[in-house]
Design a protein around this ligand. Structure first.
Ligand code: IMP
Length: 198
């Protein structure tokens, strides 16, 4: 079975990828296969960051490296937090602090104007060369209060279009029916299986 080295140490993302790839690939985290060099996410788009991450880590070892850069864009905030999603409330901010800041900034925004979109950019590289990229979105809205305890990040305050519950109120498999990450993997899988890079 081919192996994919994920350029992420976020345990929640790794869990989601394990569900989404199923038994098609063996997944490892690059943390286990290469040096612990800190990656600097300084790109202006999710795709920029994802490509830089994948190419950077693929130079440190052999095999296929998959990078995920993702986050939440809120229309009423001009697209914030965007590429700063992980550090919205500061460099060391927790998920709860990021969510609180977002809810505070949306405090006067009525329900009908709380549209938001999750974006996931995936980049695949090997030996320092970019092989392919895919990007997918998940539209939805931001709730007034957090709800649910599943998932991570902004899951407790995001209801995807077509649903009535937040991502954090859904069983993981239901999140996978809507999520940006699931949609991106659905695009990538047929490419991976056809090209047989592994
Ligand atoms: P990254 O590791 O720089 O890609 O940061 C992604 C950040 O975006 C995470 O720390 C979360 O705050 C947010 N994010 C991305 N995907 C999701 C998701 O599926 N649910 C909730 N938050 C997410």
């Amino acid at each position: 079975m081919p192996t994919l080295h994920l350029a992420s140490t976020n345990p929640h993302k790794l869990k989601e990828f394990a569900r989404l790839f199923g038994s098609a690939f063996i997944l490892t985290s690059v943390q286990h296969t290469s040096s612990s060099t800190q990656w600097l996410e300084d790109g202006s788009t999710f795709m920029d960051n994802s490509i830089k991450k994948a190419v950077f880590y693929s130079k440190l070892g052999s095999g296929l490296v998959l990078a995920d850069d993702s986050g939440l864009c809120v229309a009423a905030l001009g697209g914030e937090p965007g590429v700063h999603s992980a550090r919205y409330a500061g460099p060391e901010a927790s998920d709860a602090e990021n969510r609180s800041l977002l809810l505070a900034r949306l405090a006067r925004v009525p329900e009908e104007a709380r549209e938001a979109t999750f974006i996931c950019a995936l980049a695949l590289a090997r030996d320092g060369k970019l092989l392919t990229t895919v990007e997918a979105t998940c539209p939805g809205r931001i709730t007034a209060f957090p709800g649910g305890s599943e998932g991570f990040g902004y899951d407790p305050i995001f209801v995807p279009s077509g649903a009535t519950a937040t991502f954090a109120q859904m069983p993981p498999a239901e999140k996978d029916r809507y999520s940006h990450r699931a949609r991106a993997v659905a695009q990538l899988l047929p490419i991976l299986l056809t090209k047989r890079w592994g």
